[in-house]
Design a protein around this ligand. Structure first.
Ligand SMILES: NC(=O)C1=CN([C@@H]2O[C@H](COP(=O)(O)OP(=O)(O)OC[C@H]3O[C@@H](n4cnc5c(N)ncnc54)[C@H](OP(=O)(O)O)[C@@H]3O)[C@@H](O)[C@H]2O)C=CC1
Ligand SMILES: O=C(O)CCC(=O)C(=O)O
Ligand SMILES: [Mg+2]
Length: 473
């Protein structure tokens, strides 16, 4: 079955039932060390995970690690350009869960991202990146503790799908000509627009299926959160890209108000309901006027549409959601992408789950991680219905590689996410306690040490792992 790998002799497979993992007490879990700083981060992470599992379960549960290869290490073992060997894919498919360090993607040429390839191959459609603050972490923000969000990023489509043609490419040029000469003129709303012939071209597909399965997962996650965090914000640039980004928003609302009708209320619905609660005799038109600030300037047709919307909402959900009942539902709202970047800084406590398309989520997860301490504190998980691969938000940080100085926090916290996903909460809690304790006592790696006031002497990557483990008991 494997060309160059031998799975551990002990341990069992994780299986999946209805999209959820079924985890034995001794699961076999494949890991990819990663390129660059992976060489420092992975040993530190494995040590912390093993120590936590041992402390929590005293041998009753343990992980059998299965080393698999990707990136530079894979080329060393399998040969030139063998960045993602079949053995690795077979192992991840077979064992269901995996964890990885970062992998290099050269900018502007060579291999396409291995990280993205793994997500696409295993249909890991939800990239889940929580950004929460650990007390004592230095931050450029005044109140970083107010940010506690989870970026739920669609992980398989968008411009990130990688369907692109280089400037000057023959097929790319044919495509531009087809668009300019036939398809754009055949679409009246595009007017006389033309694509410059010397353009590179990228395709941005956003599907209804892809959008809704992501939002479905986000809403299900929201249902597990404390009441005050039960919110899902659909992030998009739909004012400009109406049929991709705008459609993501619309499909998100459609799903929330159909599949989760009883569990969700949209922001706009909540305004309509609240207006009637405050004034039971309010007319439909008065209500419409209140929910749309520009109402007076609208055309009669548009005004009639909003009045109809108010009527439809009241008829559909007044009984189930009215009289304040909506306050116990998941709030689903939407924000324009550029605006959300300032909102997470100026009003962080108003947000919880941020459901995004692929590219917006890529940007937003780095930005949100920066608020709570930087990329060394940004964990993540790529989750599908039959497989999950855990990895940090950051990349290989090559200038720090092999120096035993980088912060392993993000991959360790990705391990915490994996333990929680497995239902091994006790081990996950120990690591969060240990990591929180180490940071609170100023025992941190260079990235956090340089921001601390007063300054502290940085720990090495390996020493940070030990500082976490020391605090388990
Ligand atoms: N999932 C993955 O495997 C990903 C892979 N990549 C790939 O990684 C490579 C390098 O990308 P690059 O743009 O340099 O981005 P990186 O995220 O690798 O690093 C950028 C900077 O972020 C900080 N940083 C990153 N990781 C940590 C950490 N663990 N602890 C503390 N600080 C950290 C460092 O800042 P400072 O030096 O200021 O301290 C570092 O120089 C590229 O090939 C890229 O494509 C990128 C993102 C994700
Ligand atoms: O794979 C890469 O090179 C980049 C991926 C990335 O930035 C991310 O997933 O956040
Ligand atoms: Mg990124």
């Amino acid at each position: 079955m494997y060309e160059k790998l031998t799975p551990p002799k002990t341990g069992e497979k994780v299986t999946f039932k209805n999209g959820e993992p079924v985890v034995p007490d001794n699961p076999i879990i494949p890991f990819i060390r990663g390129d660059g700083t992976g060489i420092d981060i992975w040993p530190a992470t494995q040590k912390v995970l093993d120590a936590a599992v041992q402390t929590a379960y005293k041998g009753k549960r343990q992980i059998s690690w299965f080393k698999v290869y990707a990136g530079d290490e894979a080329c060393d073992l399998y040969g030139t350009y063998q960045y993602l060997p079949q053995d690795t894919l077979t192992a991840i498919k077979e064992y269901g869960l995996a964890i990885k360090g970062p992998l290099t993607t050269p900018v502007g040429g060579g291999i396409r991202s291995l990280n993205v390839a793994l997500r696409q191959i295993f249909d890991l459609y939800a990239c889940v990146r929580p950004c929460r603050y650990y007390a004592g972490t230095p931050s450029p923000h005044k109140n970083p503790e107010k940010l506690d969000v989870i970026v739920y990023r669609e992980n398989t489509e968008d411009i990130y799908l990688g369907i692109e043609w280089k400037q000057g490419d023959e097929i790319g040029t044919r495509l531009i000509k087809l668009l300019n000469e036939e398809l754009i003129p055949a679409t009246p709303e595009h007017g006389k627009k033309q694509i410059p012939l010397d353009s590179g071209i990228g395709i941005k597909p956003i599907s209804k299926t892809g959008s809704q399965r992501l939002v479905r997962r986000a809403i299900k996650h929201a249902l597990t959160l404390p009441k005050q965090k039960q919110m899902v914000t659909l992030v998009h640039k739909g004012n400009i890209m109406k049929y991709t980004e705008g459609a993501f928003r619309d499909w998100g609302y459609e799903l929330a108000t159909s599949e989760f009708r009883n569990e969700c209320v949209t922001e706009r619905e909540s305004w309509i309901l609240e207006n009637k609660e405050k004034n039971p005799n309010i007319t439909l038109e008065e209500n419409a006027h209140m929910i749309d600030p520009g109402y007076d300037a609208l055309t009669p047709e548009k005004k009639a549409q909003i009045v109809k919307e108010v009527e439809t909402v009241l008829n559909a959900i007044w009984d189930t959601h009215g009289a304040g009942k909506w306050k116990d539902k998941i709030m689903v709202n939407d924000r324009i992408a550029d605006s959300i970047f300032q909102q997470i800084q100026t009003r962080p406590d108003e947000y919880s789950i941020l459901a995004t398309m692929n590219l917006n989520g890529d940007y937003l997860s780095d930005a949100a991680a920066a608020i709570v301490g930087g990329l060394g504190m940004g964990p993540g998980a790529n989750i599908g219905d039959a497989c999950a691969v855990f990895e940090a938000t950051h990349g290989t940080a090559p200038k720090h590689a092999g120096l035993d100085r980088i912060n392993p926090g993000s991959v360790i916290l990705s391990g915490v996410m994996m333990l929680e996903y497995m239902g091994w909460q006790e081990a996950a809690d120990l690591i969060k306690k240990g990591l929180g304790g180490a940071i609170a006592s100023g025992q941190v790696t260079y990235d956090l040490a340089r921001l601390m006031e007063p300054a502290v002497e940085p720990l090495k990557c390996s020493e940070f792992a030990d500082a976490i483990i020391k605090r388990f008991n």
